[in-house]
Design a protein around this ligand. Sequence first.
Ligand SMILES: Cc1ncc(COP(=O)(O)O)c(C=O)c1O
Length: 409
Amino acid sequence: MIWYPYQQMKTMQPPIKIRRAEGVFLYTEDDAKLIDGVSSWWSTIHGYHHPVLDSAIHTQLDSFAHVMLGGLTHEPAERLSEKLQSWLPGDLDYCFFSDSGSVAVEVSLKMALQYYMNRGDTRRTMVLSLEHAYHGDTFKAMEVGDDEDYHFVLSAYGKSPHVVHIPTEIAALEQAFALYGNQLNCMIVEPLLQGAGGMRMYDVSFLERARQLCDARGVLLIFDEVATGFGRTGNRFVADLVLPDILVLGKALTGGYIGHAVTVANEKVFEGFYSDDPGHALMHGPTFMGNALACSVALKSIELFENEHYLEKVRNIERITRRELANFSDPRIKEIRIMGGCSCIEVLDAKTLEGFKEFAYQRGVFLRPFLNYLYTMVPYIIEEAELVQVLQVMKDWFRRSGADSSSNV
Ligand SMILES: Cc1ncc(COP(=O)(O)O)c(C=O)c1O
C-alpha cells in the first residue's frame, strides 16, 4: 500500500483520487472538477497536461529516457546547463543536477562546507539559518530548517551545535555575524518568502544586509529558491535582486512534470573545487541527476516562461488577489499576506480551518491548509474567474454560519 506523506496513516481521511488533470483542473474519480489552488506543491506553474511540455517528453523518449552523468553526458543536460548559465544572474554558472529540492539543498550545504575544507579552513563548520525555515526533509536540510518535521530529530539528538537560527530582523543578523562570523561557512535562506514555515514574507533589505555581511566575513550566501524561483514572489528569481553565491532551484524547474533540481554555484565556489587534487572534488552523484526527460521538459518550461510573459501573469495574479482580499477581515484572522503568486490567510487558531478542505471540494476548489495557514499558490495560467472562485471560497469559509461539511475527502 501507499504510505502517504505527512499523515498519520491510522486516522487519515482517504485522499482524493485523480483520474485526469488538464490546465488548472484536477478531475476526480467521482467526476468532480477541482481548480488546483496549490499547483501540486507549488510546482505546476503551466498547469497540467500542457501540450508543449508533453511533447518535449515524448520527443526525448524517442531517443532515450535516462543515462547517468557518471562518465557519460548528453545533449539535454548540456543544453539545460547552458541555458541556466546564460539565463541566471551574475556568475551563477555551474549547474549540479539532482533529483529533488531536498537533495539539491544537501548539495549546496556540502559545497559550502567543503569549499572551506578544500582551503584547509576547518573552523567554519557552522551554518546560519532562519527561524521558521524549511529546506526539505533530508537530515541536513531538516537541521538547517526550523520546522515541525525536525522536532523529532531534536528530541533524539538535541539541538545541532552547527546551526544557528535567527529571525528575519537585521539586528539579529548583525548580532549573529558578530558572534559567529568566523565560524560560519554559509548562510542559507528561502529569500523573501518562507513557504512551509507559514508563508512568511520579509523585506529585501534583510537580504541586502546579509549579502554585505557575508562579503565582509567571507561567508557563502545560499538562496534556496526551490519554492520562490520561477516567478512565485513576482520576481523571476529573488537572486535577480540580491546575488547569492549558490542558488538552489527545483519544483517549477520542470514545470512540475518530473522531480528534478539544480544547485548552481558561482565562479568563486566552483574555483574552490577546481584543482589537481582529486580530494578536492565534490563527492556527490545522485543516480538520476541530469535525467534526460527532466532536462528536456525543463528547457521547454523555461521557453514558455520567457515567451509567454509569465512575470506579467504573476503580476496579474497578485493584482487580482489584492483586489479580492482588500478589506476582507474576520476576528479569527491574524493576518493576510500576499506576494506575487502566493497568498496566505493566517488564523489565530488552527481549529478555525478544520473542515475547510471538504468545504472547498464541494465548491470546486482544491486547497490544502496546514497548521494556521490557508494559502494559495495557483498555476500561473489561471484565468481571472478561476482565481476569483478560489479566493471567494476562502472568504466564504469565514462568512458561513457554521461548519457545513461532512464529506469524506
Ligand atoms: C524552500 C524549499 N526547499 C526545499 C524543498 C524540498 O524540495 P523537495 O520536496 O523536492 O525535496 C522544498 C519543498 O517544499 C521547499 O519549499
